[in-house]
Design a protein around this ligand. Structure first.
Ligand code: XMP
Ligand code: MG
Length: 176
């Protein structure tokens, strides 16, 4: 058990499982994008550790860019997505792979994917470490999914509870 601020979290996905699965996702990307140079668009803050591990297993030429979005307040989705920091690199004509920590309602990804299409990306796919199928409200196609999880709040490995817990080296679930 770990305590983050006022809440207690239980072990959920071990670091070895994360490492193995992330390497598998990178292998799929290496195969799918062979002969191309994808632009990885990393969604800050939560995806920074996933992206760092993923990219070290990518062996084809690729580029990385960062975007910052937020829709969460503490442990509840607000249902609103605000773009905090815009994408600097032009995406027109690029094969974009969005790198996300977790897809919950899908609102964040649906909005970002639409923006990327409007900016004339030639392809857009999503790589997410975690996916909560029971929480989905907006349909999004998820090409690379690390783990499907129950609709419970998780922290660690980049994901936070009220700003803390990102430094945990595995995924923990809110205990109740
Ligand atoms: P939506 O609902 O738009 O939300 O798919 C995706 C964003 O919400 C955050 N999120 C979480 N953050 N533990 C977290 O630390 C969770 O269990 C969780 N569920 C959703 C996350 O920032 C994601 O990008
Ligand atoms: Mg996120």
């Amino acid at each position: 058990m770990v305590t983050v601020k006022d809440k207690v979290f239980a072990p959920f996905i071990e670091k070895e499982q994360l490492a193995q699965r992330i390497a598998e996702l990178a292998d799929k990307i290496n195969t799918d994008y062979a002969g191309r140079t994808p632009l990885l668009v990393v969604v800050l803050n939560g995806a920074f550790l996933f992206a760092a591990d993923l990219i070290r297993h990518i062996t084809i030429p690729c580029e990385v860019s960062f975007i910052r979005l937020a829709s969460y307040a503490q442990t509840q989705s607000t249902g609103r997505v605000k773009q905090v920091l815009g994408l600097q690199e032009p995406v027109a004509g690029r094969d974009v792979v969005v790198v996300e920590d977790i897809v919950d309602t899908g609102l964040t990804m649906a909005q970002l994917v639409q923006q990327l299409w409007e900016q004339e990306a030639s392809s857009v796919e999503i790589a997410t470490l975690l996916y909560k199928p029971e929480a989905i409200r907006e349909s999004v196609t998820l090409r690379y999914v690390g783990f499907e999880i129950q609709n419970r709040f998780v922290v660690g490995f980049g994901l936070d509870y009220d700003g803390q817990g990102r430094n945990l080296d595995a995924i923990y679930v809110l205990a109740n």
